[in-house]
Design a protein around this ligand. Structure first.
Ligand code: F6P
Length: 326
């Protein structure tokens, strides 16, 4: 029998659509299993500044459809110090919280891993980031919604790109991972995606121009993953102006609109399954694992693997985009 009685829940790092559905699932599954739940506001910062409230089932009513996170979120520098983590531990003890569910991306799970090993504290992580860059899970919470947002934006930009016969570089988020750019390009029928994963191997821009990608088309759309490695949309547009002045080039940086909006059904279901599984994992005395989903099955991924191993882009996807953009 597990000794766990009270679960604290927090969201940390960049928000992602579906985080609320995850908060709801963790809260309700915990209460269903006879546990108490405490909501911690503003991520790890709320542990240091003691922003903690009791959560009942009603606290999570009517939130499954909402973007953002009702618990707020933060990137907390103080938690990166031993002193900050000691304060956080003291707060947990005061509130009699004996386990944590942390919803966030790799930075948040890195913090969880350090804290869990320092204080021998049970923590379960949920992959909450639009970037989809956590190893061991096929999808992260928020990724599908962000992908759909990107697709809708590109559809709109295509109207003006076609009318003016322009080349557009559209920069999407991903923090050094190309999942949003590559799958966003496939979903929106873009000509190419410039992603960090292959930027060091080939000059993707030169390849694009040399392949004569624009010859038979009156406009072109290229999705660019934000990253110093790709040069970003601005950097690529600058290169085109200097190296290939024949093109009428424009840039659009989608930015934070990719993080907002009501989560898709896929994200709500993913968050609900992962949130529910987080409580099962705690009750099974699992600790320091991220709950993921692989081939439609729930899996437990040790924090060290989820964070450190690079999630690979499937070459098949790169090939698909190439074939379909001729
Ligand atoms: O990790 C999620 C993410 O949206 C990245 O794609 C992006 O690089 C970063 O967060 C932006 O962070 P901030 O909102 O702190 O500027």
């Amino acid at each position: 029998m597990s000794q766990i009685k009270t679960v604290g829940i927090l969201t940390s790092g960049g928000d992602a659509p579906g985080m609320n559905a995850a908060i709801r699932a963790v809260t309700r599954s915990a209460i269903y299993s006879g546990l108490k739940v405490k909501g911690i506001y503003r991520g790890y910062r709320g542990l240091i500044t003691d922003e903690i409230v009791d959560f009942k089932t009603q606290n999570v009513s009517n939130i499954i459809q909402m973007g953002g996170t009702i618990l707020k979120t933060a990137r907390c520098k103080e938690f990166e110090t031993p002193e900050g983590r000691q304060l956080a531990y003291d707060t947990l003890k005061q509130h009699e919280i004996d386990s944590l569910v942390v919803i966030g991306g790799d930075g948040s799970l890195t913090g969880a891993r350090i804290f869990a090993s320092e204080f021998n504290f049970p923590i379960i992580g949920l992959p909450g980031t639009i970037d989809n860059d956590l190893f061991g899970t096929d999808k992260t919470i928020g990724y599908d919604t962000a992908l759909n947002t990107i697709m809708e934006c590109v559809d709109k930009i295509r109207d003006t790109a076609t009318s003016h016969e322009r080349l557009f570089f559209i920069e999407v988020m991903g923090r050094d991972a190309g999942f949003l750019a590559l799958n966003g390009a496939i979903a929106s029928g873009a000509e190419a995606a410039i992603i960090p994963e292959i930027s060091t191997q080939v000059d993707q821009l030169a390849e694009l121009i040399q392949n004569g990608f624009r010859k038979s088309k009156n406009s072109s759309i290229v999705l660019v993953a934000e990253s110093p490695v790709t040069g970003g949309a601005m950097g690529l547009a600058e290169r085109v102006k200097n190296e290939y002045p024949g093109y009428d080039v424009r840039v659009s940086i989608l930015g934070h609109l990719q993080r907002g909006g009501s989560p898709t059904a896929a994200d709500r279901i993913l968050a609900s399954r992962l949130g529910s599984a987080a409580i099962d994992a705690l009750l099974e005395d699992q600790r320091n694992v991220m709950i993921g989903i692989r081939n439609d099955e729930i899996v437990y991924v040790p924090f060290s693997k989820a964070i450190k191993n690079d999630k690979q882009i499937k070459p098949e996807l790169i090939d698909t985009l190439r074939r379909l953009s001729i």
